[in-house]
Design a protein around this ligand. Sequence first.
Ligand SMILES: C[S@@+](CC[C@H](N)C(=O)[O-])C[C@H]1O[C@@H](n2cnc3c(N)ncnc32)[C@H](O)[C@@H]1O
Length: 225
Amino acid sequence: MHAGPRRPILGGNLIGGESVQRQPWSQSRFAGIFGSAEGGRRYTEQHAAWARKAGAVFAWRLRELERSPRRMLDVGSGSGDMAVVLAAEFPDARITGLDLSEHMVAIARERVAAAGLSERVSFTQGDAARLPFEDGAFDTVVSQDTLHLLDDPLPMLTECWRVLAPDGALVLRSVRRSWLGLLDPIFRTGYSAQELIGLAERAGLKGARVIGSLMYLMLEWTGGA
Ligand SMILES: C[S@@+](CC[C@H](N)C(=O)[O-])C[C@H]1O[C@@H](n2cnc3c(N)ncnc32)[C@H](O)[C@@H]1O
């Protein structure tokens, strides 16, 4: 675990979840979901509405950060539903979704085509830890519900930093590890706010900030300051 410097951002240890051991996703009962077409379709049926809501939240955060995205990357793009919402919110943006699962990439392509957005939104299969893009290729990187799935989160964050333009912006939402893990194991796979800040700093995302709720953490970084 790469614990970062402790900062009193979000209150005490109980909410921050420091006392709960993080469980790697690969050892969780959810690990197989994206490895098959049926698993991917089931996930999409159950989570499409959630992904669309997430798109609205990300659009709101990007506007709060005074961003007008033109080249956006969605890491762990899943069903593509979040990209569809972001494309509608930002008509000047070209969006690239990247996902490790070929099944999720196929589903996302279908859904974006059905929304009539294939000209501006495309998907590629690849690993968040080795992004197949040039340095500084994007002005905006978003990611939802993916970081906590990786046994080592640092390579993904380092890659996000690398592909961002120096004045770019990152908005990343991930499950927050907390005592809720006693009720639902997904909450054992996340990070505390302090850990997330520490990871971001190590990845090069200096000055990254975290906004927290009980279940999620939003990591935000803007360059060029
Ligand atoms: C929980 S889903 C979230 C999907 C989407 N972001 C959303 O919010 O609906 C996580 C996604 O991350 C993908 N994923 C897992 N490990 C990955 C990796 N190493 N690189 C890229 N994508 C990955 C999975 O295939 C899956 O589609």
